[in-house]
Design a protein around this ligand. Structure first.
Ligand SMILES: *Cc1c(COP(=O)(O)O)cnc(C)c1O
Length: 373
């Protein structure tokens, strides 16, 4: 009676799946690396912190509300989103981060034997959810570091239900223009769902970058993801959402976990949504941070990739995990990318100048001590 027959219990696709190991909490890391301060530049968080109105909501949160269930379908937030985007409130589903809504979509449309199509080097959760659900993820190699529309279309078959496009792509920063996205949606046709993940939408002000919300009327099989974790700086509260046509969202709603979005997150997101000033200041910070970073990287002669979003990828002449550890001893946390199929690259969140300078100094030091000199 003291063992479990896991061999019988565990499906084959779970046997072959490895759990993702998140990084340790900051206090543990600081102690381990012997630093007093840690600049978090690994998760594309917004260093400005939450917008003022969201801070106020958090500060003044009525404590007795912690004992009651939240709105099960984020009612007030959906009304605000509907008004903001000129859509119907039932066209939105709010989740515990946009990460959660990925599984809503996959569960709603994919049965055993079905597959999803996405890129090999993108936000990994699409692939993970498909695989631990026993579905296959067709991972199409990036072309010129961008999603390869033609190869994705060729990879579709009868069992393809959902295609995921990350726009701009995390981690490469590449993005499809509106005309490219439209051509893709036209070519996919109405038999499949196309998800466009716009987690970094609010950072984009490039001409030609598409606003998925504006395409929903024309493409009822389009689903758009957005999040409050990145530009709105509410990552710790876990809240994101999807939008689609009434008919498609009505189906996805069936796989939603009710009450997964907590009461404070709903209130803070509602307060944050209208704050255009915060978005503007965030973009300015990212712009300044990128300019500084590119100067540093050009001076050091390091290849890098950066486009939309508040992040950049940097290719190092050393192992990324070694670079990670060395940067940690200087109080700078970056994302290693070997596990994401970019060996010896790191991804850096574009942060405030103090953090950017700390990174620049740290990088200079670790390269100096290495083989380069
Ligand atoms: C960060 C991110 C998300 C979702 O983040 P949540 O915190 O779960 O809302 C989704 N897609 C991409 C591409 C991201 O980078």
């Amino acid at each position: 009676m003291n063992t479990v027959n896991l061999d019988r219990l565990v499906p084959e696709y779970i046997k072959g799946f490895e759990a993702y190991i998140p990084s340790k909490p900051d206090d543990v890391l600081k102690r381990y690396y012997g630093v007093h301060h840690l600049f978090r530049m690994n998760n594309n968080e917004n260093a400005l912190g939450p917008p003022a109105a969201a801070r106020k909501v958090i500060e003044e949160f009525p404590q007795e509300q912690a004992s009651i269930y939240p709105s099960g379908d984020s009612y007030h937030l959906r009304l605000a989103l509907a008004q903001r985007f000129g859509l119907h409130e039932d066209q939105f589903l709010v989740g515990n981060g946009a990460t959660e809504v990925i599984s809503f979509v996959i569960k709603a449309f994919c049965a055993s034997g079905d597959n999803i199509v996405t890129a090999d080097k993108t936000f990994a959760v699409y692939e993970w959810v498909a695989e631990f659900s026993g579905l296959s993820a067709r991972l199409i190699p990036l072309k010129d570091q961008a999603f390869d529309d033609r190869a994705m279309l060729e990879a579709m078959d009868e069992q393809t239900k959902v295609l995921f496009v990350c726009n701009p792509n995390n981690p490469t920063g590449t993005w499809w223009s509106e005309s490219r996205l439209r051509a893709f949606l036209d070519a996919v046709g109405p038999e499949r769902v196309v998800v466009v993940d716009e987690a970094y939408f609010e950072f984009m002000d490039e001409p030609g970058y598409p606003d998925g919300m504006k395409l929903l009327d024309e493409y009822p099989n389009l689903v758009v993801f957005r999040t409050f974790s990145k530009a709105y700086a509410l990552a710790g509260l876990r809240i994101g959402y999807l939008a689609g046509s009434l008919e498609v969202v009505e189906v996805i709603r069936r796989t939603c976990v009710v009450y997964s979005v907590n009461i404070l997150a709903q209130a803070a997101a509602l307060a944050a949504l209208p704050d255009e000033g915060h978005i503007h200041r965030t973009r300015e910070m990212v712009k300044q941070g990128k300019e500084f970073l590119f100067q540093v990287l050009n001076r050091l002669g390091l290849p890098y990739l950066s486009g939309g979003g508040n992040y950049a990828m940097i290719k190092l002449p050393m192992s990324d995990s070694l670079a990670y550890r060395k940067l940690m001893t200087q109080g700078v946390m970056v994302r290693t990318m070997t596990g994401f199929r970019f060996p010896n690259w790191i991804r850096l969140s574009i942060s405030g100048m103090e953090a950017m300078e700390a990174f620049g100094r740290g990088l200079g030091r670790i390269l100096d001590k290495g083989a380069r000199k």
